[in-house]
Structure formats: structure tokens, C-alpha cells
Design a protein. Structure first.
Length: 278
């Protein structure tokens, strides 16, 4: 293998989708059977793309070793020992030119530095990717809501209040402000994958992957599979960013919820400008 793509950062729904799409490149070898994680909720079923679909072909033990570091427990930092054990295995079994791998960690900047240094030992090119929701322009905001507040998707407490458009909007704004912090390490990334983009050609070019011939079909089928089926989610996707910000400021149930789940000093912050792509 010549090219290892590391998709890194919090957020299974958006980051794992990016890795899943990149692995459609012919550089990664024969197309494998799709795997999805199903989340059934009040809004319907969300089918989350799984990174496992590329790794399952190499056996259960190999996949289990990957899961040791993919989604670490608090403080959600990369398990470097497990990662160093697994990468040589990947390079041994995957004989094709490239593969994208997702790592759900919070120590993104330090992990990039560490992996970049180790790449010289493994004699492989590494490209680093993270996803940016770009909620200001994103046409699939409901993906985030369905994953964040579906009671079957996380072990965290579920809001007891009604999750209405104001509550959803407040959630989007706080997540947006948090994501903007990636500006601190953006210069270390080869690709920031905007979820608002409709043409994904640049995603492949920036990490030196051949573009799959059926890319548009793959993207459209995923959107069709996960299209919103309730009126509130459909409306959420069409709201202007100004409207969403207004709902953020007036939503008190969101503030109450944040204080209840362990953030007693929570207060709303000024909405940060959007991320500038490099």
C-alpha cells in the first residue's frame, strides 16, 4: 500500500461517511459489500455508513484490533500502542494502493503529528482529513440531529423535552462553534470535507485518489436512503442560517438541557463566522 488516508475527528455520522466515500476509489481495491449501522427513532431510520465494510474482508481479529483504537473512551485520545500494532497488519494484508481509515478521537492535532512521524518508519504516504458540517449551507442537517438525539445512537441521556426546530437549531449552532476550533490545526490537514459540497471530486484529488466512475450515483443513493421523512427535519434543511441563529438565541429548553447534563455554567456564545477553506 502506498497511500493511507486518515479521517480523524469526532463525529461518526459525518467523518465515517467521508471515509466510506473515499474508499469507493478504485485505488482501494475491489468494492466490498456495504455495511450500515441502523438507528431507528421517532424520525425514522438512519443508515450510518460503516468503516467496517472495508476491513471485514481481512477477518474478525483484524477488525477487533482496529476497534481498540477507533473509538477510545474518555478522554477520547488515540491509543497509540494499539494503533502501532495494527498499522503493520494493515500494510501486510491490504495489497492495493490505498485505503481510508476513520479514527474517532479528540486529540486531533497531536495525533496528526504523531502519525506523520510514524509514517516515515512505515514507508507510506499519509493524508489527513476531517469533516466540517458547514451547517450554514448544509442541505442534510438532519443527519446530525438524527444521530445526536436518536435515543438508540448513544449511551448519553436523552432530552425529556420536545425536540422542536428551536432545540435542533440551538444544537446546530453550538456544534458549529465547536467545529470552528479546527482552525487551530487546519494547516495540518490535506482535506477539510465540507458536508455542504455537492461535487466531491476535489475530495479525491486532495488525497491523491482516483475518482470512482459511479461517484454521483453512490452519493445520490446514500442521500435517498437517508432522506428526511418528517416535516420538521425537512424544514430544518431549508431554514436560513439567520433563522437558525434566531431560534438559537430564543431557545431556553436547550440552555436548560445543557445545564442538566453537566454544564451548569452554560451560556450562549456569539455565533462564529464560517470556516475558511484553505
Amino acid at each position: 500500500m502506498k497511500n493511507l488516508i486518515i479521517v480523524i475527528g469526532a463525529g461518526h455520522c459525518n467523518n465515517e461517511y467521508v471515509s466510506w466515500l473515499l474508499n469507493h476509489s478504485p485505488d482501494t481495491g475491489p468494492r466490498q459489500p456495504y455495511l450500515y449501522t441502523h438507528y431507528d427513532s421517532e424520525w425514522g431510520t438512519h443508515y450510518r455508513a460503516q468503516d467496517d465494510w472495508m476491513l471485514e474482508q481481512y477477518g474478525t481479529s483484524f477488525l477487533d484490533d482496529y476497534k481498540q483504537f477507533r473509538n477510545p473512551k474518555y478522554p477520547h485520545f488515540l491509543d497509540r500502542k494499539a494503533f502501532e500494532k495494527w498499522i503493520p497488519q494493515l500494510l501486510d494484508v491490504h495489497t492495493h494502493d490505498a485505503m481510508s481509515v476513520y479514527i474517532n478521537v479528540l486529540d486531533v492535532s497531536d495525533s496528526i503529528d504523531y502519525i506523520r512521524n510514524k509514517a516515515t518508519e512505515w514507508n507510506i504516504d499519509v493524508h489527513f482529513v476531517t469533516s466540517f458540517w458547514d451547517f450554514e449551507n448544509c442541505p442534510v442537517r438532519h443527519y446530525y440531529i438524527m444521530m445526536e438525539f436518536d435515543p438508540t445512537s448513544t449511551d448519553e441521556d436523552h432530552p425529556e423535552c420536545i425536540i422542536d426546530l428551536d432545540f435542533m437549531s440551538a444544537s446546530l449552532v453550538d456544534r458549529h462553534n465547536l467545529q470552528i476550533e479546527m482552525q487551530e490545526y487546519q494547516h495540518k490537514l490535506d482535506l477539510v470535507a465540507y458536508q455542504s459540497e455537492t461535487d466531491h471530486t476535489a475530495w479525491f484529488k486532495k488525497v491523491k485518489l482516483k475518482i470512482p466512475a459511479d461517484m454521483s450515483y453512490v452519493v445520490d443513493k446514500y442521500k435517498e436512503l437517508n432522506k428526511p421523512t418528517t416535516a420538521d427535519l425537512q424544514e430544518l434543511n431549508t431554514l436560513t442560517w439567520t433563522n437558525i441563529q434566531g431560534r438559537y438565541w430564543r431557545c431556553e429548553t436547550w440552555s436548560d438541557w445543557q445545564r442538566k447534563i453537566g454544564n451548569p455554567s452554560y451560556f450562549k456564545k456569539t455565533v462564529k463566522p464560517g470556516l475558511m477553506d484553505k
